[in-house]
Design a protein around this ligand. Structure first.
Ligand SMILES: CC(C)(COP(=O)(O)OP(=O)(O)OC[C@H]1O[C@@H](n2cnc3c(N)ncnc32)[C@H](O)[C@@H]1OP(=O)(O)O)[C@@H](O)C(=O)NCCC(=O)NCCS
Length: 185
């Protein structure tokens, strides 16, 4: 069973296993900022200081506390499969001008060991429900045009739940694809 939960020390062990998997295999796929963040985690701090290093800052940012300048509040939902941390999907509560061009409402990452099992497809559907609960009627998802897997995930959700592709954004040499998807009751 796939569920979305709030960050908790309950998942410390599998979160650390995910970070180790990401450090070892994360560069084999598309290295998004969320993948890089995992690769950069300090494993000693994860082991010794999980609550203050990981959980508290995420819960704070969900409540708009201690946000870096220019950041909006967002909820980092942890994707749990049968009790195990397998990835995360982040829902930003609002858009800035920057996020409107590139970044959007939702970002996600699945740990390499659990990819190609339909996990993000399901997590995105659950996140569309979380967005609706927050009063968001449609969410913006963006992806690098070269990230074929994410493009596939987003277009699948757009075709299933309704939405449309917006104009693309050129960022240097990169083309950012932009999609609006209806949220779900
Ligand atoms: C993108 C990512 C989250 C996909 O997660 P996932 O749980 O493996 O995705 P799913 O299993 O739900 O697969 C979704 C679709 O992509 C396809 N797919 C997944 N991995 C694939 C691969 N390596 N090659 C080809 N197709 C792939 C699946 O077959 C599935 O297609 P279907 O719906 O037609 O069956 C994961 O690859 C990842 O974490 N990538 C790095 C971070 C990233 O790119 N984030 C997005 C930034 S915009």
């Amino acid at each position: 069973m796939i569920e979305l939960v709030l960050p908790s020390t309950k998942y410390k062990e599998s979160f650390i296993a995910a970070a180790e998997d990401m450090k070892q295999h994360g560069r084999e796929g598309f290295v998004s900022p969320a993948v890089q963040k995992f690769i950069d985690y300090d494993v000693v701090r994860l082991e010794n200081d999980f609550e203050d290093y990981i959980v508290k800052p995420l819960l704070d940012s969900m409540n708009g506390i201690n946000l870096p300048k220019g950041y909006v509040a967002g909820t980092d939902f942890w994707i749990i499969k049968d009790g195990v941390f397998v990835g995360r999907i982040n829902l930003r509560h609002e858009l800035t001008e920057g996020l409107l061009r590139h970044g959007g409402h939702i970002g996600y990452v699945v740990t390499p060991a659990y990819r190609k099992q339909g996990i993000v497809t399901k997590a995105l559907e659950l996140c569309l429900k979380k967005a609706k609960e927050k009063g968001i009627e449609k969410v913006l998802l963006t992806c690098d045009a070269s990230n074929h897997i994410s493009k596939h995930v987003i277009e699948h959700a757009m075709n299933k739940f309704g939405g449309y592709q917006d104009v693309s954004e050129k960022v240097g040499e990169t083309t950012i694809l932009r999609y609006w998807i209806n949220t779900l009751d």
